[in-house]
Design a protein around this ligand. Structure first.
Ligand code: LMR
Length: 313
């Protein structure tokens, strides 16, 4: 059986880390593409030189030519500009729109049957851009942010409670911006409500830290943004699709029909709980939120809407 083919667009920190993680799982052969061809080729070769030691058989190939990405099963868009300290993700809108637009045109041309996972910020507006420019079905285009935000939320809860991360089930929905919506009601520690382990004040502190989790890393790194946890989050999504896990996770997807109406966000891509499997977005789960969570949700949707309205699409 032929191996699956995954293309990672952008050989920066996220792209290269993801290539290594995917190769180690022998999920597929990987094409790493970057406008700086030397960086893509150099990082791909470096990863392959680790394969005899780490013992993986997947092939990682670097290129600057989209023809070599042809026929990919999954394409991950990490290309674009990261923010600098003091900037919000939204400040990247127009610069990264041009990047995601031109990448999406190439994906449409060379890999018309691919699933597309968008990582470039501002995430929800860039997912919408990829969806519109490729014209792919809505179940095949999604943005990675909810998995990352939920992982941060889970880690911070683990740190505060002193309970293993393995026991924490945390969930964040909404846009991937400063007003994302970490869910209190659906966050549990070994199946028990998180409020059994954290006071209201402690939980609020953790929620605020989650909302600004990306910015905390940007401030520390000074010249870039997070990449280990984002790469791990993309890996989780790719495996859910390729191994048909039907995993429930949070992702930015296009909302219309019944789900769009339920969430009051028709025509937008925003983070919601989905079932992710071999068909991509197989179902959007409608959550019964508290009044406070609905209010937070609406605020987050408004932020995404304001950005999308500015896009020349
Ligand atoms: C993140 O959350 O780490 C990314 O969206 C990058 C950023 O600028 O925060």
């Amino acid at each position: 059986m032929d191996r699956k083919k995954i293309t990672i667009v952008g050989a920066g920190n996220i792209g290269a880390t993801l290539a290594l993680l995917l190769a180690r799982r022998e999920t597929a052969d990987i094409t790493l593409i970057d406008i700086n061809e030397g960086v893509a080729k150099g990082k791909a070769l470096d990863i392959m030189e680790a394969s005899p030691i780490l013992g993986f058989n997947a092939h990682v190939h670097g290129t600057g030519d989209y023809a070599e990405t042809a026929g990919s099963d999954v394409v991950i868009i990490t290309a674009g500009f990261p923010r600098k300290p003091g900037m919000s993700r939204d400040d990247l809108l127009f610069k990264n729109f041009e990047v995601v637009k031109s990448v999406s045109e190439q994906i449409k041309k060379y890999s018309p049957d691919a699933f597309v996972i968008v990582v470039t910020n501002p995430l929800d507006a860039m997912t919408y851009t990829a969806l519109k420019v490729t014209g792919f079905p809505k179940n095949k285009v999604m943005g990675m942010a909810g998995v990352l935000d939920s992982a941060r939320f889970a880690y911070f809860i683990s740190e505060k409670t002193g309970i293993s991360v393995e026991n924490i089930n945390a969930f964040v929905i909404g846009g991937h911006g400063d007003d994302m919506v970490p869910l209190r009601k659906f966050t549990t520690v070994a199946g028990m409500p998180v409020t059994k382990f954290l006071s209201k004040e402690e939980l609020e502190e953790v929620i605020q830290r989650t909302r600004f989790g990306g910015g905390e890393i940007v401030r520390l790194l000074k010249t870039g943004s997070a990449f280990y946890a984002p790469a791990a989050s993309i890996l989780e999504m790719v495996l859910a699709i390729l191994w048909n896990k039907r995993k429930i996770l949070s992702a930015s997807v296009y909302l219309d029909g019944e789900a769009g109406e339920y969430y009051g966000a028709s025509g937008l891509c925003v983070g919601v709980p989905i079932i992710l499997g071999k068909e991509g977005v197989e179902e959007i789960i409608k959550l019964d939120l508290t009044d406070e969570e609905w209010a937070d949700w609406r605020k987050s949707v408004e932020s995404v809407k304001r950005l999308v309205e500015k896009l020349p699409l």
